[in-house]
Design a protein around this ligand. Structure first.
Ligand code: SF4
Length: 329
């Protein structure tokens, strides 16, 4: 039995791994990668079986953002030439939910660029949420930036199931990637989301020049915050952004990182998110051993390999696409 299997056994008996073990895991060699993924899979299988939940993301408002997140092509300080439009109509957002349901998505994620939602934008999202929850059996997540407690309560009352707000990286590294808001602002929003009774989706972006210690601190920060769902993105550097010249991280590094998130957050939904195709390439199916969820049909500003390809990949490896009942549960 490898040390990874010993550790996964301990995790499953309720003994969490510590920071030093998480670092050791990230520093492990390539010869240990498959046993490591197998041990992470033992944890994943215990909580989620072989199910994979598919998420479809919609960019309901794009570009012209006042914030200066160094990785983001939607920031006004980037020169990326991304599409720029204001909040879509209720009808268009509802149509998107119907299209997501039609391709078997479990969850529909409505995202808007910007520091925080303006009054009218929140009205639109709440109206769309009420319509979606009445008409379409699908789980609903929104991601609208920093949120005040009363705004979180309005989303909950409108029927939104979950709110996304990533911590992105460690507290230590945060100031190097954004100066217009702080890590503490993000934690405050995460707290408002939990206090309102919404599920919290919060993860990060790997490959922004952070150290391995920063990655570990992000994983533990998310555990402390009580994230129910953890999207793990890998930087696919966008032209015109401050991080455009960083190299992509390698596939084996990405897989070890996913395994570390699984060990630190054993019973949380872990999603292989943006950068999957670009960073993992032909090894992307291995991400399903630690992760139990993924986006399909592309991301906010970049495309993916397509739903058909994703489904074939999942089924060929013996995983099962999670369904949803007519009541949306
Ligand atoms: S707040 Fe969101 S949309 Fe704005 S720059 Fe940061 S990541 Fe991009």
């Amino acid at each position: 039995m490898t040390r990874w299997h010993q550790w996964s056994g301990r995790v499953l008996s309720g003994e969490p791994i510590g920071r030093d073990q998480a670092l050791e895991l990230l520093r492990s060699g390539d010869d240990e990668l498959l046993p490591l993924l197998d041990a992470a899979f033992a944890i994943r299988k215990h909580y989620f079986g072989r199910d994979v939940t598919l998420h479809v993301i919609r960019n309901a408002k794009s570009g012209a953002c006042s914030e200066d997140c160094a990785y983001c092509s939607q920031s006004a300080s980037a020169s990326s030439g991304v599409a720029c439009y204001s909040m879509q109509t209720v009808e268009k957002i509802v149509e998107g939910a119907r299209a997501a349901k039609a391709i078997g998505a479990y969850r529909y994620c409505v995202v808007a660029s910007g520091r925080a939602p303006a009054g009218q934008e929140l009205d639109t999202i709440c109206e769309a949420a009420r319509r979606i929850k009445k008409e379409i059996p699908i789980q609903l997540c929104t991601s609208l930036g920093l949120l005040a407690p009363d705004q979180a309560r309005r989303l909950k009352a409108a029927g939104v199931d979950r709110y996304n707000h990533n911590l992105e990286t460690s507290e230590r590294h945060y100031a190097a990637i954004c100066t217009t808001h702080s890590y503490g602002d993000r934690v405050d929003t995460a707290r408002a989301v939990k206090d309102a009774g919404l599920e919290l989706c919060s993860g990060g972006l790997i490959g922004m020049g952070e150290t391995l210690e920063d990655r570990v601190d992000l994983a533990f920060g998310l555990r402390r915050t009580g994230a129910d769902s953890i999207p793990v993105n890998f930087l696919d550097p966008r032209p015109g952004t401050a991080l455009h010249s960083l190299p992509r991280i390698g596939a084996r590094d990405a897989l070890r990182t996913l395994a570390m998130f699984r060990f630190v957050n054993p019973d949380r939904e872990i999603r292989i998110a943006g950068g999957r195709e670009a960073c993992l390439g032909s090894m992307q199916v291995l991400s399903l051993y630690p992760a139990n969820s993924m986006f399909t049909e592309g991301y906010l500003t970049t495309g993916g390999q397509g739903n058909e390809h994703d489904r074939r990949m999942i089924e060929a490896a013996g995983f099962r696409i999670a369904g949803i009942t007519d009541t949306g549960e």
